[in-house]
Ligand binder design. Sequence first.
Ligand SMILES: Cc1ncc(COP(=O)(O)O)c(C=O)c1O
Length: 364
Amino acid sequence: MQTPYYLIDKARLLPNLEKIAWLRENSGAKSLLALKCFATWSVFDLMSDYMDGTTSSSLYEVRLGKEKFAGETHAYSVAYADHEIAEVLEHSDKILFNSIGQLQKFADASEGHIRGLRVNPGVSTSEFDLADPARPFSRLGEHDPAEIAQVAEQISGLMFHNNCENDDFDRFDEMLALIEDRFGAVIHKMDWISLGGGIHFTGEGYPLDRLAARLKSFAQTYGVQVYLEPGEAAITGAATLEVTVLDTMHNGKNLAIVDSSIEAHMLDLIIYREPAKIAPNTGDHEWMICGKSCLAGDIFGEFRFAAPLKAGDRLSFQDAAGYTMVKKNWFNGVKMPSIAIRELDGTVRLVRDFDYDDFAAALS
Ligand SMILES: Cc1ncc(COP(=O)(O)O)c(C=O)c1O
């Protein structure tokens, strides 16, 4: 298959999904895929066997969730526009507002729909200011319990999203206790609570049983249906970006230029200034892997190999599913990676290719 392409491996996706299903069975918590993280719908059939639906951040995501993923469809947006609201309602089972202002503004339009409100508990686990929903002056949700209590009659659920790649159960537990302390009274009035995404519960060694027990007792204490909104946890490790070395150079370091671009095809890594991952990353030869865009810093990282690289060598960047495929772009007109799926029986099928027409159609 012609590189570059994203390769989603169902055999690597499945263990995550099995943990998600186990958690539901043992805690009662439903899991909705966060489409902002991963929206490659060709594997939604498999995912929907283990998950309960999707959650979204925009009209287009909520529509995709409704059309492509069986189960419940939650709509959320930092702000809905007047011209979007009817379609958002049409495509969703529940609508979550980010502010009391938006809840009031669309009170009539959303009458009779299941409604919720995002709450900002003021604590989070984000290591990056850029991604911290509880950062100072955050616009992500209402924070005042008294103000939220005043609109409690208009809603039946709340959404808290304050975990970010959190693989520490004790920290999750502590933060949930803070949420209970501050918002317990209003939670008691609700039918459902979403605890958002960011809990890295599919990771190796995560105490899933403790998480299940905590979620179950939370649900019982408040008489609520708990939802989780895993993005990263659902697809972690499930995809690679397959590339080919086009050229090599030496300028103080060994440089290999590949037929892809971190700026265009793994943008999230550049934003957070993190290198891509190559496995096993061992050997005597160190090479800087560079993208083919003209951005000077279009560099995937420095990795170790058993032998010197040469044009034609194939490389595979790990963990290319989350916040990667959803952010790919046409910078420099670099060929957009195709999308391929490795089925459970090992066969690989190409599900999407992109060409010049797609590039041209993205602008006008
Ligand atoms: C409201 C909400 N839910 C779910 C998620 C998914 O988070 P993650 O991919 O870290 O699990 C996010 C991520 O930003 C979010 O903002």
